[in-house]
Design a protein around this ligand. Structure first.
Ligand code: KE4
Length: 429
């Protein structure tokens, strides 16, 4: 495939944007090629500026559960725009959105809209600290919760891909209050609580880890976290920015039957527009300004146009619950096809799945946590990525990211991807 226009754009972009991109994973650095620049998307297809078409398995990193440019997102947007696009004052649609979210997530008795998943997790941490009066937090190595200082410690996603799990620029004074445990290892959490008696405000966790590739949760671990935080007077924060409205309409907490104290959301709730949210128990949310002393604000929080696109998306998902069984069926099809290919080619790799979330790892170590993920052959992933791209499949350009599916991926799309996957593995032999 030729990609001259993308290559030219990338040269231009790098003159005025650091690394030529507005988010590091988009740079395709770990797959050793210049990034493709996108012209447009429709359904499960995405078109680059050179006219190449790909089946899209990034889906904007999760928001586009209904695929690209679905008319469902856009219902009533023209009318909304004609009334204006931002007021800096409350609007009825923000109340509608808050009702939609709190009804879908009973643990979220109240919710505050923000503009990204990062803002959601940053705010949830500040709230947990303000509510408990404690400074320390626990996160898990390889989990990514956005780029807030306190969370860029041994994190995942792009920080893992680029080898900066603990980012430069995070003051030691901040990082010292971020304790890091091992995902799926409850003992590692208990040890931190024992060493920091009465000092831990919260544990923040991705209920299904999606930022070191996909690492399924051990249910005893998840239930143990709930019990441990309860006993220790710390808050349990479920970061459902990926899993919210994707794993199920009610997210991982519905699937697992676990009630966190706070939840963070993003991605799908904006329908492709910049939206995040955090919320939880009423007594905790009562600490948030203007009610309480924990400050958090935002010029464009609850933006009426973003709310309309988000509300359109959530309304559709609420009215079409079969979306979730369909997504899981597609993920199973991909999983079975990829596993068949691994067997036929004898490739040292595996396909991991948790409901609709999947990831193809170039390692045969059992994917139970961070250490296993780190055995993956990222050079092999890069070769595989380029081969799949040339065959018309846009996969996440990094081993430590999950595959995202949408309602628009058809059986024919998946069958072709499975066939391309076989060819890619065979060519690597
Ligand atoms: P944003 O600030 O990017 O909207 O959300 C941060 C965030 C928080 N929590 C979880 C569990 C997340 O996965 C994310 C962001 N996810 C990455 C993809 N793995 C965003 C992609 C990017 O950084 O460009």
């Amino acid at each position: 495939m030729k990609r001259e226009k993308s290559e030219k754009l990338f040269i231009e972009a790098q003159k005025v944007i650091p690394g030529g991109v507005n988010s590091p994973v988009r740079a395709f650095k770990s797959v050793n090629m210049p990034p493709v620049f996108i012209e447009r998307g429709k359904g499960a297809k995405i078109y680059d500026v050179d006219g190449n078409v790909y089946t899209d398995y990034i889906c904007s990193w999760g928001p586009l559960i209904l695929g690209h440019a679905s008319p469902i997102y856009y219902q009533g947007i023209q009318e909304a725009l004609e009334k204006g696009c931002s007021y800096g004052a409350p609007t009825a649609i923000e109340v509608e959105m808050a009702k939609m979210i709190t009804e879908a997530y009973p643990s979220m008795e109240q919710v505050r809209m923000v503009n990204s998943g990062t803002e959601a997790t940053m705010s949830a941490l500040r709230l947990a600290r303000g509510f408990t009066g404690r400074d320390k937090i626990i996160k898990f190595e390889g989990c990514y919760h956005g780029h807030g200082d306190a969370l860029l410690v041994k994190s995942g996603s792009g920080t893992l891909t680029f080898g900066v799990p603990t980012s430069a620029g995070v003051p030691q004074g901040t990082a010292k209050d971020t304790l890091v445990a091992v995902y799926n290892d409850l003992e590692s959490v208990k040890a931190l609580f024992a060493e920091n008696q009465g000092e831990i405000a919260a544990v923040i966790v991705e209920p299904v880890a999606g930022n070191m590739g996909v690492v399924p949760p051990d249910m005893a671990f998840m239930k143990g976290l709930r019990e441990l935080t309860q006993n220790e007077g710390a808050l349990l924060i479920f970061d459902e920015v990926i899993t919210g409205f994707r794993l199920a309409y009610g997210g991982a907490q519905e699937v697992m039957g676990i009630t966190p104290d706070l939840t963070t959301l993003g991605k799908i709730i904006g329908g492709g527009m910049p939206v995040g949210a955090y919320g939880g128990r009423r007594d905790i949310m009562a600490c948030i300004a203007p009610l309480g002393g924990v400050y958090q604000a935002g010029t464009l929080s609850g933006n009426p146009i973003a709310m309309k696109m988000g509300l359109n998306t959530l309304t559709y998902l609420k009215e079409h619950p079969q979306v979730y069984t369909d997504l899981e069926t597609k993920a199973i099809m991909l999983e079975e096809g990829f596993k068949e290919n691994i067997k036929k080619t004898g490739t040292k790799a595996q396909m991991v799945r948790f409901k609709g979330m999947t990831c193809f790892f170039f390692t045969d170590a059992p994917i139970i946590g961070y250490d296993a993920v780190m055995t993956a052959d990222t050079a092999a992933y890069a070769d595989y990525f380029r081969s799949m791209l040339d065959a018309g499949n846009l996969l996440p350009p990094a081993q430590f990211e999950g595959i995202f599916l949408s309602t628009e991926h058809t059986e024919a799309d998946l069958l072709k991807t499975i066939a391309d996957h076989y060819q890619a593995l065979k060519n690597m032999k």
